[in-house]
Design a protein around this ligand. Structure first.
Ligand code: PMP
Length: 377
């Protein structure tokens, strides 16, 4: 199989699997037991926190609370706000993931004023609109670091500076699920104004079902899950030691990863694609993007049909368009960018991993060309 859908999930590395195994076999003990330091069950969490602090240059390992993944972390940010107050202004962008959109909609239902800040034609959050929407009493701003479809990098540092200028007390959250492990992140330098950051291990070659939330020292959130008091009382539930061992290993490997070669491979792919299929329109090509993501549309084609045809030839890619109740819906991201419907439904996303090769990408182009000929005939 040729797997080119790594923004959906990635393959755990051999080191990740190796790191997890002892905690599924001989060291299956409870990390919260008073004997944890003797059994070694306390190690995965300690290692995961230290590796995340190093990867994101956070102040200290204690800044991290571990969760089941970014969906939970994102929900936590919004539910914590709703526990402390019943109204206020919340800003998100028009291209957020559903795990931000839905909790924001829930806040709107209970009385918060939720504003969706638009993006420009390239999918970048408009700083002028952001400045207009910010008020002195804004409670929360949640803007993703990198878009899961286009790979567009949002101007997190600039947004942070704007927030500190207009409403210094507001909480600034970024859903960095697609950014962590793919681009350098520095929470004490460029991203020093970010207060809360969500991440997920399975997007950077770690296991599924584990991720976390960075909480800047000095900020307090309401607990996410009540119970036995794990995660410093913020997120109860028996510590998932195998998953945290995997996360620790994935974060360490990501720290040593250099995205340059991946970026060059993506650029070579896009050049080859345009040679073979000149009608392909590559979205957001002129703005900063993740090094692994290429999102393009083939006019007159249906992305859903193409991914089906490609899957039967053993090639897995993504599309933002979805078919439900007999109608084809284009991706919200492309709609927000003003991409016409017939173009947006022909969207395909190729997202590379550290293991992707030029041979795989060349084969993809061959199979895609043949699938477009079949669809046209
Ligand atoms: N945010 C973004 C931008 C994502 O791409 C995803 C995963 N598709 C999530 C949040 C949810 O992550 P998880 O699978 O860890 O719940």
């Amino acid at each position: 199989m040729i797997y080119l859908d790594n923004n959906a999930t990635t393959q755990p590395t051999a080191l990740v699997v190796e790191a997890m195994l002892p905690y599924l076999t001989e060291c299956y003990f409870n990390a919260s037991a008073s004997t944890a330091a003797f059994t070694g069950a306390d190690k995965p969490r300690l290692k995961a926190a230290a590796a995340m602090a190093k990867l994101l240059n956070a102040e200290e390992p204690d800044c991290f609370s571990f969760t089941s993944g970014a969906t939970e972390s994102n929900n936590w940010v919004f539910s914590s706000l709703a526990r402390g107050r019943k109204d206020g202004r919340v800003l998100i962008s028009t291209v957020e993931h559903a795990s931000v959109d839905e909790p924001a909609a829930e806040l709107a239902r209970i009385g918060f004023e939720v504003i969706e800040v638009p993006v420009d034609v390239h999918g970048v959050v408009r700083l002028d609109a952001m400045r207009d929407a910010l008020r002195e009493d804004t409670a929360l701003i949640s803007i993703m670091a990198a878009n899961n479809e286009t790979g567009v990098l949002q101007p997190v540092a600039e947004i942070g500076r704007l927030i500190r200028e207009v409403c210094p007390a507001a909480l600034f959250h970024t859903d960095a699920t697609q950014a962590v492990g793919k681009i350098p992140v520095d929470l004490q330098c460029e991203w020093q104004d970010v207060d809360l950051l969500s991440f997920s291990a399975h997007k950077f070659h770690g296991p599924k079902g584990v991720g976390g939330l960075y909480i800047r020292p000095g900020f307090e959130l309401e607990p996410m899950i009540l119970g036995g008091g794990q995660e410093n009382g913020l997120r109860s539930g028996t510590t998932n030691t195998p998953a945290l061992a995997g996360l620790a290993s994935a974060a360490s490997e990501a720290h040593d990863f250099n995205p340059q070669a991946m970026c060059a491979l993506r650029d070579t792919f896009e050049a080859l694609l345009q040679d073979e299929l000149p009608e392909a329109v590559i979205h957001s090509r002129s703005v900063p993007r993740l090094p692994n993501t290429s999102y393009f549309s083939l006019p007159g084609m249906l992305g859903e049909q193409l991914i089906g045809a490609l899957a039967t030839s053993g090639i897995i890619v993504g599309t933002g368009a979805a078919c439900s109740a007999g109608a084809i819906h284009s991706s919200k991201t492309l709609r927000s960018m003003g991409v016409a419907h017939d173009m947006a439904v022909g969207g395909l996303r190729v997202s590379l991993s550290r293991y992707s090769t030029i041979q795989e990408l060349t084969e993809f182009i061959v199979q895609l060309t043949s699938a477009t000929l079949t669809q046209r005939s």
